[in-house]
Write a protein that binds this ligand. Structure first.
Ligand code: FEO
Length: 129
């Protein structure tokens, strides 16, 4: 999920974290495509999970601070996404989910994040400004 300027919402702290998330998904994709071992895929999933947790926490604090009115709905979306990442990581650990399967989920995660930034996160900027 290569970053592009169309993903900018206009809040630097959030945009910078989104760039890191895009890179984490890119790294996961590359680890799958280049046939890296399970250990490296798990390591990239660990980073994606940990950074997602940090980003969502930071973003939720900002939402409350700026009076964004849809905090609860937004938090529920975050939790659903995080659950996907955690489930994928666990599948890789428990059953060594195949690369094809992991690849499919990477695409789902990419689509989710792209749509979330473009359609949901972008609303936050109206309250920060
Ligand atoms: Fe940037 Fe709502 O996640």
């Amino acid at each position: 999920m290569t970053w592009n300027d169309g993903l900018t919402i206009g809040v630097d702290a959030i945009d910078n974290q989104h760039k890191q998330l895009c890179k984490a998904i890119d790294d996961l994709y590359i680890a799958c495509e280049s046939g890296k071992g399970r250990a490296e895929i798990i390591s990239t999933l660990d980073f994606l999970r940990d950074y997602t947790i940090k980003h969502f926490a930071d973003e939720q604090v900002l939402q409350k601070k700026c009076g964004y009115p849809k905090c609860d709905q937004h938090k529920a979306l975050h939790e659903a996404f995080l659950a996907q990442v955690v489930t994928l990581r666990q599948q890789v650990i428990d059953s060594g989910a195949g690369l094809v399967e992991v690849n499919k989920v990477v695409r789902l995660v990419t689509d989710w994040l792209y749509n979330h930034i473009k359609k949901v996160d972008v609303e936050i900027a109206q309250y920060v400004k």
